[in-house]
Design a protein around this ligand. Sequence first.
Ligand code: HEM
Ligand code: HEM
Length: 185
Amino acid sequence: MLYVWSLFVRASHWLLATAFTVAFLTCDDMWYEDIHVMAGYAAGSILLVRIVWGITAKGYCNFAKFPFRPIAGLRYAWLAVTGRAKRFIGHNPAGSLVIYGMLTTGLLTVASGFLLFYEAYIPLWPDHLGALHNGLAWTWLGLVVTHIGGVVVESMLLGENLIATMVTGFKQRHPHAKGKLGSSS
Ligand code: HEM
Ligand code: HEM
């Protein structure tokens, strides 16, 4: 077995998923504004810490191990749907692309929510700011749906349970997976 995701990566992942879900479920009703804002700040804090971790920590969670490469990401997605994708131990190029999208959109969503919340003090065309925050939040949701879809499809194609890996941290060294190992795995 290979230890791929540290406790920090796993805990921050599921906390981020929880904070995102709570923020989305409380966004419509002003009765829950405090909870919405707190969940949003929690998501923002987790994203910031994850980014520092991605620069400083060792292992598969370091950004150097899954660089931002849009062309390679799209190419990998095409290879995956045509059944020719290689197996990666860390994040594959398509997953990496969506992860960078989620990190960026997530931070922008929180920043725009912050500006919206303090609208009285920062007069930044409130109507447009609301639309911007809304648009960013829905874009982030779109990326999350793509992310979850990618995880499920990849798990089925390669014959390994990636969700379990994000829970336990372990990946099998040689699963009954069909793919060959990717070059930067
Ligand atoms: C709901 C909001 C979610 C957000 C914002 C989110 C975000 C992320 C991020 C940022 C990563 C990169 C982890 C890291 O390197 O630190 C990641 C990885 C991962 N997530 Fe999520 N995630 C969400 C939900 C889920 C759900 C519901 C599942 C399971 C169905 C899931 C399964 C995974 C898996 C398996 C990985 C590792 C992918 C790989 O093996 O390359 N995520 N997620
Ligand atoms: C995980 C991060 C966040 C997500 C996914 C999110 C999502 C949303 C969405 C979808 C709306 C639109 C509701 C609607 O127009 O029907 C909204 C509204 C709002 N959000 Fe956020 N938000 C996040 C973080 C924040 C933060 C950090 C703050 C403040 C510091 C904030 C403050 C607000 C405010 C004041 C509104 C306007 C509510 C209204 O009057 O309609 N949000 N949010």
